[in-house]
Design a protein around this ligand. Structure first.
Ligand SMILES: Nc1nc2c(ncn2[C@@H]2O[C@H](COP(=O)(O)OP(=O)(O)O)[C@@H](O)[C@H]2O)c(=O)[nH]1
Ligand SMILES: [Mg+2]
Ligand SMILES: [Zn+2]
Length: 221
C-alpha cells in the first residue's frame, strides 16, 4: 500500500515537472494555452467550436484534442480551418503533460497565439495532471446537476474559470443556481463564472470577450 502511494506520487511529480517545461515553451513562443476539462457530454467540443469561430478573426488558434479512441472531435476542430492534433490516450482517462508534449511536435507554436486543449471527459484525474496551460477551464452543465462542486471539489478548486453550459435546459431540470454557485464559491472564491448555452448562444458574448481579453493581455505582456 505504502509503495503504491509512492509510485503514484512520483508519477505526479514527473508530470508536474513536464508541465512546467511545457509552460516555458508556451511562454517563449507567446502562446496562450487553455486546458478545457469537463465530464463527457458537458459540451466541450461544442463550446470550443463556437469559441474558435468567434476568436479566429483576432488570433491564430490551434487545438489539441484528447480522446480515448476516436479522432472525431479533432476532425471537427480541423474543419474550422485551424491546425488540430488528436491525441489518442489509448484508454487513459486524462491527458498528461507528456501527451501534450508529443502533440506539440505537430504544431507550430511560433505561429499560434491561442492553443485550446480539449481534455478527456472526466471530472477526476485531469485535476491531478497539469499540462502547463495558463488557464484551466471547467465546463459544468445543467443536466449534470447542481451538486457537482460538492462531489468533485478537487476539480472545482483547481480551475481559473468555469462555464455553466446548457442554461437553455434550466426550465427542464431542478437545478438550484444558488446552491451550485455557493458550492463553487466555497471552494474557489471569486472564480470567473460564465453561465451560457453553447447551443443557443446565450452568454457567449461575455465569455468570448473575457477570453479575448485574457489572450490579449498575455500577448501584450
Ligand atoms: N441543449 C443543449 N445541448 C448542448 C449544449 N452544448 C452542447 N450540447 C449538446 O450536448 C451533447 C454533447 O456535446 P459535446 O460538445 O460533444 O460535449 P463533450 O463530450 O463535452 O465534448 C451534444 O449533443 C451537443 O449538441 C447546450 O448549450 N445546450
Ligand atoms: Mg468532445
Ligand atoms: Zn485519468
Amino acid at each position: 500500500m505504502t509503495k503504491l502511494v509512492t509510485v503514484e506520487e512520483s508519477i505526479k511529480e514527473r508530470n508536474n515537472a513536464l508541465a512546467e517545461a511545457n509552460r516555458r515553451r508556451f511562454d517563449e513562443s507567446k502562446t496562450f494555452v487553455v486546458n478545457v476539462m469537463a465530464s463527457p457530454g458537458a459540451g466541450k467540443t461544442t463550446l470550443i467550436l463556437r469559441t474558435i469561430e468567434a476568436l479566429k478573426p483576432y488570433f491564430r488558434i490551434a487545438g489539441i484534442d484528447g480522446d480515448l479512441a476516436t479522432s472525431l472531435d479533432a476532425d471537427r476542430m480541423a474543419a474550422t480551418g485551424i491546425p488540430a492534433v488528436q491525441v489518442n490516450t489509448g484508454g487513459t482517462c486524462h491527458l498528461d503533460a507528456v501527451m501534450v508534449q508529443s502533440a506539440l511536435e505537430h504544431l507550430d507554436l511560433e505561429a499560434t497565439d491561442l492553443l485550446i486543449i480539449e481534455n478527456v471527459g472526466n471530472l477526476v484525474c485531469p485535476a491531478s495532471f497539469p499540462l502547463g496551460a495558463h488557464i484551466n477551464f471547467l465546463i459544468a452543465s445543467v443536466p449534470e446537476g447542481d451538486d457537482k462542486p460538492y462531489k468533485y471539489p478537487k476539480m472545482y478548486r483547481g480551475v481559473q474559470a468555469i462555464a455553466l453550459n446548457k442554461i437553455d435546459l434550466l426550465p427542464y431540470f431542478d437545478f438550484d443556481m444558488d446552491y451550485f454557485r455557493q458550492g463553487v464559491e466555497v471552494l474557489n472564491p471569486g472564480l470567473a463564472f460564465f453561465p451560457l448555452s453553447a447551443k443557443t448562444g446565450e452568454g457567449l458574448v461575455e465569455f468570448h470577450y473575457w477570453l479575448r481579453e485574457q489572450v490579449r493581455t498575455f500577448l501584450e505582456g
